[in-house]
Design a protein around this ligand. Structure first.
Ligand SMILES: C[S@@+](CC[C@H](N)C(=O)[O-])C[C@H]1O[C@@H](n2cnc3c(N)ncnc32)[C@H](O)[C@@H]1O
Length: 288
């Protein structure tokens, strides 16, 4: 399908479909209204055959907590596959691959996902072994259910769909999209409680503004996530710029961190020395 008319269909298997009403707001809401995102909820309770509509049971081997039964989940997913074809079947799990922007981009290129939300102690292992294509984790912590993780994944992918965010350049310049952290942003008023907007942003000089933003992105990444700098391709000039600032922050540290760092293009920050000290390992910035 042509990318400009692409639709992402997401079937969510959850005993708590009401939680997903949050996605009727903001960008995912707009994506649904404009037909770029089709979200469908499937409650495994609807696939049960007993009067209590049981979806969980005690774990074999004993111990605390309940386990989500496999059969209702298999049935829901098989029905979805019959009606809409086979999507990528994703289990939300703290044991899965940790979500990153590049994984979101990869998933956003697909046309159809089925998200399975776990609960309690988790899902019967046979779901993972015989049904699921991949497991996705939000990070190294445990949520009470897969719904919030599924919503994060849906939101992050939706804003990448063609036509969903008005100006695609804004998405492309966000943190992680091009491998760096985003530069700082300012809006009116020009002076707030005595704090001024960096003068270059008011200069009307588009080249100088673009250079300032790029340098701020580089510096932020150096200060907060220098591990990312090894993964991006930078020009020789940019490497030299980073080395210069890396060295100057180490000098600041040996001065007791008292000096502020003069960022090129005339912006001075009194917050930088702490962050510089964190980045200072004497190893220089490795070529990407
Ligand atoms: C309480 S957790 C179960 C944790 C499981 N016993 C473990 O330790 O691996 C219940 C459900 O929440 C979801 N969940 C919890 N933490 C998550 C995370 N970090 N990322 C994605 N999903 C998560 C999963 O669907 C999981 O099956």
């Amino acid at each position: 399908m042509a990318s400009s008319t692409r639709v992402l269909r997401i079937d969510v298997v959850t005993p708590f479909p009401g939680m997903f009403s949050a996605l009727d707001e903001s960008i995912p809401g707009r994506a649904q209204i404009t037909g770029r995102l089709v979200l469908a909820m499937h409650n495994p309770r609807d696939e049960t055959t007993d009067p209590h509509r049981t979806i969980d049971d005690a774990p074999y081997g004993g111990g605390g907590g309940m386990v989500l039964k496999a059969e209702p989940i298999f049935r829901v997913v098989e029905r979805i596959t019959q009606e809409h074809g086979r999507g990528e079947i994703i289990l939300l799990s703290p044991q899965g691959e940790v979500l990153t922007q590049s994984r979101v981009e990869e998933l956003a290129r697909l046309d159809h996902w089925v998200l399975i939300c776990g609960h309690y102690k988790g899902v019967d292992e046979r779901v993972r072994e015989h049904l699921v294509d991949r497991e996705v984790s939000l990070g190294d912590y445990v949520l009470s259910g897969g719904e919030l993780a599924a919503m994060v994944l849906i939101d992050a992918a939706t804003r990448l769909l063609p036509g969903v965010v008005g100006n695609p350049a804004t998405v492309a310049s966000d943190s992680y999209s091009a491998g760096l952290l985003d530069h700082p942003h300012y809006t009116r008023p020009e002076v707030l409680r005595g704090w001024s907007v960096p003068p270059v942003l008011l200069s009307g000089d588009h080249r100088a503004i673009a250079l300032w933003r790029r340098q701020q992105s580089l510096l932020r990444t150096l200060q907060r996530r220098r591990d990312l700098l090894n993964l991006v391709s930078l020009s020789e000039e940019e490497r030299r710029f980073l080395d210069r600032h890396d060295r100057s922050s180490c000098d600041d540290e040996s001065d007791g961190g008292a000096r502020t760092m003069e960022v090129e293009c005339g912006h001075t920050s009194d917050r930088e020395p702490d962050a510089d000290a964190r980045s200072c390992n004497g190893g220089g910035v490795q070529p990407g």
